[in-house]
Design a protein. Structure first.
Length: 82
């Protein structure tokens, strides 16, 4: 079996990227919902179908961010044992 030499400080000082991922997901969720509402209102007021697609894309971004936040919450609860 091959073992790596862990003589450096990396294993001691390594940090998880989950905090940054959580912040980015929160920002994407807020901006996605805001953009979806904005484009939906714009589509209803102008009647242009092009704004509907932007609203759909923004809503998909918000849904993906919400799913990512749920995954992060589940991982955190499993890690802390509760």
């Amino acid at each position: 079996m091959w073992l790596r030499n862990r003589a450096g400080t990396e294993p001691v000082t390594a940090r998880s990227p989950l905090g940054a991922r959580r912040i980015l997901s929160l920002v994407a969720l807020v901006l996605g919902v805001a953009a979806a509402v904005f484009f939906a209102v714009l589509a209803m007021s102008t009647g242009a179908e092009v704004w509907v697609w932007e609203a759909v894309i923004a809503a998909v971004v918000a849904v993906v961010a919400a799913i990512d936040l749920a995954v992060l919450r589940r991982r955190r609860s499993r890690r802390t044992g509760g």
